[in-house]
Design a protein around this ligand. Structure first.
Ligand SMILES: NC(=O)c1ccc[n+]([C@@H]2O[C@H](COP(=O)([O-])OP(=O)(O)OC[C@H]3O[C@@H](n4cnc5c(N)ncnc54)[C@H](OP(=O)(O)O)[C@@H]3O)[C@@H](O)[C@H]2O)c1
Length: 246
């Protein structure tokens, strides 16, 4: 059976995606910071779907440990290792980040630096293997900067550009790179943010992501209608956009 590693599998979209891959008979490596929760999830999915699932600790904020932690588990996964999905991300408090440089730094480091470094480790592994896929969750927030979350949005925008370059690099050795741009998804990340429009469930988003991976897509908006919404938002002239409260 093919094996997929999901980083950020303990919660939200990553957790739903782990269930989705398990239901399609993928063995799983569930990675993240909350090892206790990941071990419980691995046992549950293993029992329910008769797959092999194990848990490992990876912290995107620990740059020193990132390479060795990921390399070890890629090696342990062996020849069946097919794909790496980066589901981890940090919205934090955009309001606090305006005055708290620690929070601003965390937002930038988790969503861009740590994410890009983890993806580099995966890229080097799959480049040698000459097959497989890398899928990462960026965000529609990266398509245009807005006052309500521009630190998070700029890190995601950087991640989207990084993934473009990575796709171009890995195309030549047969490795697929999929950029996923979710709109609002009903997870802990948006909890308490008030009434948001067009909120999708993590299960629906996970199904769309699984389909994008198997269809070997390049860039997907999930749900699909966010592509049109973001096209319209990107078309608003800057002289008007800067006056809006978004
Ligand atoms: N929800 C939305 O509306 C939305 C919209 C657009 C894009 N996205 C993106 O979708 C992805 C999944 O988000 P979600 O909605 O599922 O949010 P979530 O429920 O808050 O899950 C975020 C995941 O990221 C992990 N994470 C955070 N910091 C980490 C670190 N330093 N090292 C390793 N893992 C870390 C969390 O682990 P811990 O439990 O240990 O913190 C958790 O597993 C993120 O990249 C997010 O930016 C979400």
């Amino acid at each position: 059976m093919p094996t997929v590693l999901i980083l950020g599998a303990n919660a939200g979209i990553g957790r739903a995606l782990a269930t989705e891959f398990a239901s399609h008979h993928y063995d799983l490596i569930l990675a993240g910071r909350d090892k206790e929760e990941l071990v419980i999830l691995a046992a549950d999915l293993g029992l329910r779907y008769k797959v092999c699932a194990r848990a490992i600790t990876v912290d995107l904020g620990n740059f020193e440990m990132l390479e060795s932690a990921l390399r070890d588990c890629f090696k342990a996964a062996g020849d069946s290792f097919e794909g790496f999905v980066l589901c981890a991300g940090y919205l934090g408090s955009p309001e606090a980040a305006k005055t708290d440089l620690g929070e601003a730094r965390r937002t930038l480091e988790i969503n861009f630096t740590g994410s890009a470094l983890a993806l580099e480790v995966a890229a080097n592994y799959f480049e040698q293997k000459r097959r497989g896929f890398i899928c990462a969750l960026s965000s529609v927030a990266g398509d245009r900067g807005r006052q309500s979350n521009y630190l998070y949005g700029s890190a995601k925008g950087g991640l989207t550009t990084y993934l473009q370059g990575l796709r171009n690099r890995l195309y030549h050795c047969g490795v697929q790179v999929i950029t996923v741009k979710p709109g609002f998804v009903d997870t802990r990340m948006v909890f308490g943010k008030g009434k948001l429009p067009l909120v999708a469930s993590p299960e629906k988003v996970a199904r769309d992501i699984y389909r994008a991976v198997t269809a070997r897509r390049d860039v997907v908006y999930v749900p699909w209608f966010w592509r049109t919404i973001m096209l319209i938002i990107r078309l608003i002239p800057e002289s008007i956009f800067k006056r809006l409260r978004m």
